[in-house]
Design a protein around this ligand. Structure first.
Ligand SMILES: Cc1cc2nc3c(=O)[nH]c(=O)nc-3n(C[C@H](O)[C@H](O)[C@H](O)COP(=O)(O)OP(=O)(O)OC[C@H]3O[C@@H](n4cnc5c(N)ncnc54)[C@H](O)[C@@H]3O)c2cc1C
Length: 448
């Protein structure tokens, strides 16, 4: 978009991840002209895929559960119909060198699954309390209800488990499941994280989709004006609206528009938006981010009996948090008879990995994968490493109180609106919802 173009859009959206693309699509549906500026050379952000030798490799997100209602609605509204098919829940948790399977549907899986030898009889009986508490909490915690979440955000999951359950349930059920969902150590997580997550389990198991997870970002891009390789350096409020400065291979550009949606992560918002009101800046700065390392493995032979997801307890001591059977979620992602499987490394492993070369790390990661799935490395055709340095906002007691304060301070009348997964519980669905909220607020502001 050249600086002096007469057809400058009504709105610039900063960030071509799923939050930004959703905001742009919803604004365009309202009749606004929109340009999306994305720093990377491809769209999708953490919902991005690459292709190699007939394999489709999701660089970050892979799992789309049936509870992701906003994602499903967005697909339909954007003309994709319903590209999803439900998959049976298939979760494994390693204990004492063997993966124990939890099968079944919805939360029933957790209960049915304890029919396996994952937990002692005493722990299985105590799980009744978890179900009772879950019903109570789900009633108090409405979907995306940040005010209720803030009020209930006063205890760690581990303290709750000690009070109501026991250490075995924490070590071999709650801890691995939360670690798998949030990709960081659950020790400091809030009890709200536990019940928001269990609530999600009840809303639907995993879904299958046809190609790489970038299908949605690529489709939205085909409907929108999106510039890749365009790094926004500054967004400023002006008398007439908003001025955005960005740089691409042609040089520096400026656009004056009536509104802007900033759909990048918290640290990047603080960097590029000096007019961010003081209270909001402090709150966003107070949320630390955690990194994730993702090893993506193309297999020459599809594994048999591999669960869709293996949640690895930190007790396993490897930094490996979750193994996902990616081509179970997207069957067309590998040549016939082959498969894609990923591992996600979290916690202290990330810090230790910072200066180490990819080859050395991948060799070590394959040893970890072998420890969970015996013989795994012998079927690997090739492996790739993706380093996410600021992957997700960290979870801790008080996080939902910060979110509640932040969202109360965000002015729906502002010509600059914020979107992104840091405004709730990080997931593709939360980002879609945040993009929709930003588009609704800005659309209303521009209309009046
Ligand atoms: C390893 C991993 C696995 C995950 N697995 C799942 C999963 O299975 N299921 C699930 O639902 N969620 C998962 N998530 C979370 C989910 O992917 C994210 O919450 C969601 O995709 C975030 O979308 P977003 O648009 O808010 O942010 P992003 O995807 O981060 O998009 C922000 C975009 O802004 C761009 N940008 C940044 N700065 C600038 C700038 N100055 N100028 C222009 N552009 C800029 C970035 O390049 C990026 O493309 C996972 C995340 C990770 C890291």
């Amino acid at each position: 978009m050249p600086p002096a173009r007469r057809d400058a859009p009504d709105v610039v959206v900063v960030g071509g991840g799923i939050a930004g693309l959703t905001a742009a699509f919803r604004l365009q549906q309202q009749g606004r002209t929109v340009t999306v500026l994305e720093a990377a050379d491809a769209v999708g952000g953490m919902m991005r895929s690459t292709r190699r030798d007939g394999f489709v490799l999701n660089r970050a997100a892979t799992l789309l559960p049936g509870g992701h209602a906003a994602v499903i609605r967005l697909c339909a509204d954007a003309g994709l119909g319903n590209p999803f098919r439900p998959l049976p829940l298939s979760v494994g948790i390693p204990r004492d060198g063997r993966v124990r399977s939890l099968g079944g549907e919805g939360l029933g899986a957790v209960v049915e699954g304890v029919g396996t030898d994952l937990l002692s009889l005493r722990s299985k009986l105590l799980l009744g309390r978890l179900l009772v508490d879950m019903r109570r909490w789900t009633r108090r915690l409405g979907h995306d209800d940040y005010e209720a979440a803030g009020r209930l955000d006063t205890e760690t999951v581990s303290a709750y488990t000690r009070r109501r359950l026991n250490q075995e349930i924490y070590d071999y059920l709650i801890e691995p499941l939360l670690r798998a969902v949030y990709l960081e150590d659950p020790a400091k997580m809030s009890v709200v994280d536990l019940f928001v997550t269990l609530g999600k389990f009840t809303k639907g198991g995993p879904m299958r989709y046809p190609t790489g997870i970038d299908f949605l970002a690529r489709h939205l891009t085909s409907l929108l004006d999106v510039r890749t390789g365009a790094t926004v350096q500054q967004v400023r409020r002006t008398e007439a609206g908003v001025r955005t400065r960005w740089r691409d291979t042609d040089g520096d550009h400026t656009a004056d528009t009536r509104g802007c949606v900033i759909a990048v992560n918290g640290p990047a918002v603080v960097d590029i938006y000096p007019d961010l009101p003081e209270g909001q800046r402090e709150l966003i700065e107070s949320i630390p981010y955690a990194g994730i390392l993702k090893g993506i493995f193309a297999l020459r032979r599809a594994p048999t009996n591999l669960p869709g997801l293996i949640a690895v307890p930190s007790k396993a001591g490897m930094g490996l948090g979750i193994v996902t059977y990616d081509s179970r979620s997207m069957p067309e992602s590998a040549p016939t008879g082959k498969a894609v499987v990923s591992g996600h490394w979290v916690d202290d492993y990330i810090k230790a990995a910072a200066g180490r070369p990819d080859d050395e790390l991948l060799a070590e990661m394959l040893r970890h994968m072998d420890a969970v799935v015996p013989g795994f490395s012998s079927d690997v055709e090739f492996a790739e490493l993706e380093r996410w340095d600021t992957a997700a906002n960290s979870r801790f007691v008080g996080f939902y109180q910060i979110v509640a304060k932040l969202r109360r301070l965000m002015d729906p009348d502002d010509v600059v609106q914020l979107a992104g997964d840091y405004l709730w519980n990080p997931s593709t669905n939360a980002s879609v919802e945040s993009g929709e909220r930003a588009a609704a607020a800005l659309g209303e502001r521009l209309r009046t």
